[in-house]
Design a protein around this ligand. Structure first.
Ligand code: ARG
Length: 450
């Protein structure tokens, strides 16, 4: 036997011997966890646009096992009860566009030179908790250093730190000199920095795209983020300009889909949006300069629009105070208003909408501030909430486990103390958060032992 192979065999034997006793121990089934009964005064389960009154949600372990009218629920006298009978209960919210690695409370023009993975890690721990406390129990994190989001997902799933479920991408895949590259530095400076981000995030040509997508999948990403056009918060490029070619994007989609991964395309510019849709991406992020043909293509392909229409407030407000470069502020002025107007047109045209905010550009935890704009620019409150629940779950490929409140799904749910269908801004003040059957926030006192 070749040496390498025999070493592998002994490793496998060792692993098998190690796991055998625990496999035997598992044959004695542990007792199922006792159910918790959640009394919901009003329930928006996100399977329709309607509210139901007086419902009981039964949670066993991390899953919902039943959702039934209160009149039919038999609750044992000694059962654990969470009394949200005066509240509005909804599925945990989902943000399809976050950057949990980033901070929005400062801007440092030479941040790229000072940044380390450690800083990103510390930011992620804090930001994940802020996001969960704001009622967002799942996020799709679309663009960070390799492989921050994969490690964050793992650490949260292990229960070591609190945070939302994370659908993880690697770095957004960019052309050389594009939105995801580090522009504006001398070559000697740039070569010293971010070797990993360059290796896993910059491509020129379809074959390089194939390699990088495969590498990202190898290191554990759930979703591929590509940068179809220039951007606002980058130097030396224009949001309206095409970057990745159709052929490069088609390669990304083919490789990702073959591996069961979806593709999210950052695209502000009109032509870049259309090329990305034609290449088969699953969502257009930003979509600022979307035109009628782009909308028709998105409808024909079933492509989601994930438009971060709260961001403009922050970039042209607070971010100016802390010194965001004029180039970026000026670029924002060319897309912000148009993005909102085109969002309204897309809603009216029936383009599929999923909620995504670009949290990290503005402070994490403020995610729900975007609902106000989604309703102001054409959605109903119920539609905006479904964009952040059932539709978002569909886009992130987690519809089997999250996004609605139904038997079999994870017990990811939130409560607010006023009707969000009357005032969607109510969601900016989430009073109760449960994720996987565990209570992470309770300002109602409902979960206190009686
Ligand atoms: N990450 C995006 C970019 O730099 C942010 C765009 C924000 N502006 C907006 N109007 N949504 O391009």
């Amino acid at each position: 036997m070749p040496r390498k192979l025999s070493a592998l065999c002994s490793l496998l034997f060792a692993l098998a011997a190690f796991s055998l006793p625990s496999a035997l121990a598992q044959t004695a089934k542990p007792a199922p966890p006792p159910p918790t009964y959640i009394k919901a005064g009003h329930l928006f389960d996100a399977t329709s646009d309607q509210l139901r009154d007086d419902v009981v949600v039964v949670v066993e372990g991390e899953r919902i096992t039943r959702v039934l009218p209160a009149a039919q629920a038999v609750i044992p006298a000694d059962a654990a009860v969470i009394d949200l009978s005066k509240a509005w209960v909804l599925p945990g919210l989902i943000d399809c566009h976050t950057h949990l690695e980033g901070r929005a409370d400062k801007y440092d023009p030479i941040n790229d030179v000072k940044y380390t993975p450690f800083l990103g890690g510390f930011n992620g721990v804090v930001n994940a908790n802020l996001t969960l406390q704001a009622g967002f129990t799942s996020v799709r994190d679309v663009g960070s250093q390799p492989f921050f989001a994969v490690d964050l997902r793992r650490t949260i799933d292990e229960g070591f730190i609190p945070g939302p479920r994370v659908v993880a991408s690697g770095p957004g895949i960019s052309i050389t000199g594009g939105h995801g590259d580090m522009n504006g530095f001398a070559p000697a400076v740039e070569n010293m920095m971010y070797p990993a981000e360059r290796d896993y995030g910059i491509v020129d040509g379809p074959e390089q795209m194939r390699h990088v997508v495969r590498e990202q999948i190898k290191y554990g990403v759930d979703v591929i983020k590509i940068l179809a056009t220039g951007g606002v918060l980058s130097q030396g490029d224009k949001p309206g300009a095409e970057q990745l070619t159709y052929e490069e994007m088609k390669m990304a989609v083919d490789e990702a889909h073959r591996a069961g991964r979806k593709v999210a395309a950052h695209a502000h510019g009109t032509e870049g949006i259309k090329n990305a849709v034609r290449a088969g991406v699953d969502s257009i992020e930003h979509g600022s300069l979307l035109d009628q043909e782009g909308m028709d293509l998105m409808k024909a392909h079933g492509t989601y629009l994930v438009a971060d229409i709260y961001n403009d407030d922050y970039i042209l407000g607070k971010a100016i105070d802390f010194g965001l470069p004029k180039e970026m502020v000026d670029k924002e002025k060319t897309v912000g208003r148009l993005q909102r107007e085109n969002f309204a047109k897309a809603v009216a045209a029936g383009v599929k909408i999923a909620f995504g905010t670009d949290a990290g550009v503005y402070p994490h935890g403020d995610n729900a501030k975007q609902f106000h704009y989604m309703v102001k620019f054409g959605m109903t409150p119920a539609g905006a909430i479904r964009a952040a629940t059932s539709s978002a779950a569909d886009l992130i490929d987690r519809a089997a486990t999250v996004g609605t409140l139904e038997a079999g799904k994870y017990a990811d749910l939130i409560a607010v103390t006023a009707n969000p269908l009357d005032r969607v801004e109510t969601l900016e003040h989430v009073a109760f958060v449960m994720k996987g059957g565990k209570v992470y926030k309770d300002e109602t006192g409902a979960a206190k032992p009686r």
